[in-house]
Design a protein around this ligand. Sequence first.
Ligand SMILES: *[C@@H]1O[C@H](CO)[C@@H](O)[C@H](O)[C@H]1NC(C)=O
Ligand SMILES: *[C@@H]1O[C@H](CO)[C@@H](O)[C@H](O)[C@H]1NC(C)=O
Length: 504
Amino acid sequence: MRLLSSQLHFPFISWLCYAILSQAAPTFNQQISQRAASDRFVFCHFMVGIVADRTSTADYDADMQRAKAYGIDAFALNIGLDDFTDTQLGYAYDSANNNGMKVFISFDFSYYSSSSGAEAVGQKIAQYASKPAQLIVDNKVFASSFVGDGLDVAAVRSAAGTDIFFAPNFNPATGSSTDNIDGAFNWLAWDSNGNNKAPTPGHNVTVEDGDTTYINWLGSKPYIAPMSPWFFTHYGPEVSYSKNWVFPGDLLWYRRWNDILTLGPRFLEIITWNDYGESHYIGPLSSKHVDDGASKWVNDMPHNGWLDMAKPFIAAYRAGDSSPTAYITEDQLVYWYRPTLKSLDCDATDTTIAPANNASGNYFEGRPNGYETLQDTVFVVALLKSAGKVIVNSGSNSQTFDAPAGASAYQIPMGVGSQKFTLTRDDVTVFSDTSLRDISDVCPCGIYNYNAYVGTVPAGAPDSLGPDGLASLTVGLHVSTCSATPTLGAASKVAEREAYITAA
Ligand SMILES: *[C@@H]1O[C@H](CO)[C@@H](O)[C@H](O)[C@H]1NC(C)=O
Ligand SMILES: *[C@@H]1O[C@H](CO)[C@@H](O)[C@H](O)[C@H]1NC(C)=O
């Protein structure tokens, strides 16, 4: 099933992110827990395969600075065998060094060969091992993978010619041994049916099941626990890598962060920074990349609020704390929802209502396979300094919740129309805002778009796809109402918003 996950990434690479902790004036108990936790790292998977358009070290600076500011320690640079790989790795390593970040290579075995690629993997590790931004763990050069079961790890070590901390994404189910590895990364960040699709009643392998399997298999060796906010991909016959399914997302991002604080693994890997095609990016839309056809469901769908939500959890994880409460420095509401209800019928205009290459077994026509596992729900996470009331208006649905200090989550049924989120205390409005994106009863660009729109109150900085990231937007569309242009915050919306703020 993980193989299939890699097919999702086909022409790409990914990175990991990872983290360390530091704090001032600790008490004795804090010193103990910090000492215990101080070797924890947060990684974030970064796809090098979609950033062929980057032309300088500076093109990586914004990603490095942003990830670091949120407590991510290292990007896991997912690489295949593209001819631009070394150019991009060079830029990434240099930018990381300029910005106080770390990076390491994550070999994508959709491209590398697990039967004959060991020497190439070892040589590539050697090529970057002495760069100052290379992640070193336990005095060893860190490296990981996507899949790769069967790889001759002894041959990798020999070709690397240096001590390596090799923590690949081997799968216990394949019979891989842990003898020659230093740790392992589990890719399965979503509940599944055990066969790379959404769970069905009676076939439900949860993320926690995956944790248990890996931890038991690894014994005393460290585990890289996966976490991801969402999964939706919707490529039709307009590309050769057609695929169309979801894994359950909904409140996963919030639930998983809470579970991770309890589980306390040594390493975490967020999936991903920039895999727009599978809708699990937590990096900005503006992070420079080329369009592999994903812009149809990514345009006007920022996810930055998810990284905001993660920030106090990342800080808690690094500190070995089981609660994010102490790390919430200002009130914030983070909300997300799909742009349309499941009942909306887009069959007449959707891009996947046609036969396409299904060699992968990942192609389905119409609504994405697994869509039934998603709820027609607006999700809100409150990050509060002190208790308050959270008021959610989704179309004509409205609900008020008593929210405690700390992090808490709420949900209400999706309603077509505007989406408004308010925090009050003692009947006084602390802040209130209306999302830039309505829930609609019109198929966006004609398609089934099951990506999530993520916003915050107070609103974050505007974020939109650049020209390279929009280049294929209209390819294969069946409607002419969509153009390759960001529209959030367009004049009419801004006017509406300003009118609202003035009135408020
Ligand atoms: C899978 O199991 C989890 C944990 O019990 C549950 O939350 C989830 O709803 C189940 N999914 C399906 C599709 O049955
Ligand atoms: C693609 O293959 C999968 C796996 O065999 C199958 O379940 C699915 O129905 C196929 N899709 C189409 C559109 O035939």
